[in-house]
Design a protein. Structure first.
Length: 105
């Protein structure tokens, strides 16, 4: 089993960061903290993939972070997704459930 020290990922050499930013160009839309979280998730996923021989874990991690970065790349989309809904916009679950599962004849 390969062991990866995920606690020290924030101290990555600048060369490694510049190369990874070429591969993952969408990282520019993430804050420094989010980029550090990406690298932690990325290396954890590599470790899990090596252990389980399931590389889909790594693919899912990259795709999730890329989708997050793409949201941050669009100011309009970010604003839409981060606005808290008003209380009057909420629907009671009982009402939704009855509409979804009602048996109409």
């Amino acid at each position: 089993m390969v062991a990866i020290d995920t606690k020290n990922l924030t101290i990555m050499p600048e060369v490694a960061l510049s190369k990874s930013n070429q591969v993952f160009s969408w990282l520019e839309y993430l804050s420094s903290e989010e980029q550090a979280n990406f690298y932690t998730d990325f290396f954890t996923a590599i470790e899990q993939a090596l252990h389980t021989k399931d590389w889909a874990i790594l693919e899912q991690t990259i795709e999730s972070w890329q989708a997050t970065a793409e949201i941050f790349a669009s100011a309009e989309l970010t604003a839409t997704l981060t606005v808290s809904p008003k209380e009057e916009d909420w629907e009671e679950w009982d009402n939704v459930e009855s509409e979804l599962f009602s048996t109409s004849s």
